[in-house]
Design a protein around this ligand. Structure first.
Ligand code: ADP
Ligand code: MG
Length: 322
């Protein structure tokens, strides 16, 4: 990236720090990580493109945080311990202010989770962030999408739908009052990946997935992989304070079809209910039981009174009362 601030200066100034757990970090042709007996690598990549995954001109500190958060969320959903990550970065210009803020948001969250930046690539181009994360999970303990079984209970963490509620305000689909907006904006811009919960659920949960594209859509991935169906009580999905005040239809749409929450959706045998609650308490995250995995295919959606609801909440952009 030829510029007044060259590629190597840029990496040294904003991204390179003394290697901690890596045998060899940034600076050589490859990083070197110690292989560990009895452990498996969980590896994932997520790309964030300006104009598609975030607004042009987005706050660089929040962007740094979110770029890593969405990747950590994938490790959380596998029950993997974050270990190292790589950053491939296309930048329109080497703006020191932007880079300083971005790096602070990114490395701040990295430090909070003990994950080390060990390499990457830097080039000039339209703003594009591609992170690859590596996590560790003991042999056989990863929380896979294909592990849900009929008789499992279905759980979700946190209050899904908050991020979509914030996005709707920013898009002008509806207007939120300042207190509600202050509650949900951080849920969109600075999601907290549920890493501690994923770790605590090892050996307890069967299947898990993080809710990035909407609860029902992501549930569909689990059901498809596991060859099972589900019954879901729409009224059992917890609503955050702001969402609880919204009209019912909007609330349900946000909770069931809104993306970007990065909560964990997981299944566990009914006999492990107490263990799930202990794991959640240990991780400091609320969890709610929202349904059951059943034999067969598809999702039966119902309300608290047992009335069947039309399953048309599944698509990301279905908002009937816009
Ligand atoms: P190569 O020529 O092998 O692609 P580079 O010159 O691109 O190597 O990168 C030099 C070193 O800097 C490598 O160790 C690479 O992993 C690291 N690196 C490049 N860009 C980044 C970045 N954005 N974040 C972290 N490390 C980076
Ligand atoms: Mg390179």
């Amino acid at each position: 990236m030829p510029d007044h601030l060259g590629e190597f200066d840029l990496i040294a100034r904003y991204f390179r720090r003394p290697a901690s757990s890596a045998l060899l970090g940034i600076g050589d042709d490859c990083a070197l990580l110690q292989a560990q007996a009895g452990m498996q690598w969980a590896v994932s990549t997520d790309m964030l493109v300006e104009g598609r995954h975030f607004f042009a001109g987005a706050d660089p500190r929040q962007l740094g945080h979110k770029a890593l958060a969405v990747n950590l969320s994938d490790l959380a959903a596998m029950g993997a311990q974050p270990h190292a990550f790589l950053l491939a970065l296309a930048l329109p210009a080497a703006d020191p202010r932007w880079l300083g803020e971005f790096s602070a948001g990114l490395l701040g969250l990295a430090d909070a989770h003990g994950i080390e930046l060990v390499g990457g690539d830097t080039t000039r181009g339209p703003l594009n962030l591609c992170l690859t994360v590596l996590g560790l999970v003991p042999d056989g303990l990863a929380l896979r999408r294909d592990a849900a079984r009929a008789g499992d209970e279905l759980w979700v963490s946190g209050t899904p739908g908050d991020a979509r509620l914030a996005l709707g305000h920013l898009r002008g689909e509806w207007q939120l009052a300042p207190p509600a907006l202050e509650q949900v904006l951080p849920r969109l811009h600075a999601p907290q990946p549920r890493v501690a919960l994923g770790l605590a659920l090892r050996g307890i949960a069967h299947a898990a997935i993080d809710v990035s594209d909407g609860l029902l859509g992501d549930l569909g991935h689990v059901l498809q992989a596991s060859g099972a169906g589900a019954r879901v009580d729409a009224d059992a999905v917890p609503a955050g304070a702001a969402l609880a005040q919204q009209p019912l239809q909007r609330r349900r749409s946000c909770q069931l079809a809104g993306g970007d929450d990065y909560e964990l959706l997981f299944t566990a045998p009914a006999q492990r209910r107490d263990a799930v609650l202990r794991a959640a308490a240990q991780a400091g995250v609320g969890v709610a039981r929202i349904g059951d995995i059943v034999a067969g295919r598809g999702v039966l959606l119902h309300d608290a009174a047992g009335r069947e609801l039309a399953p048309d909440y599944a698509s990301f952009d279905h908002f009937a009362d816009r």
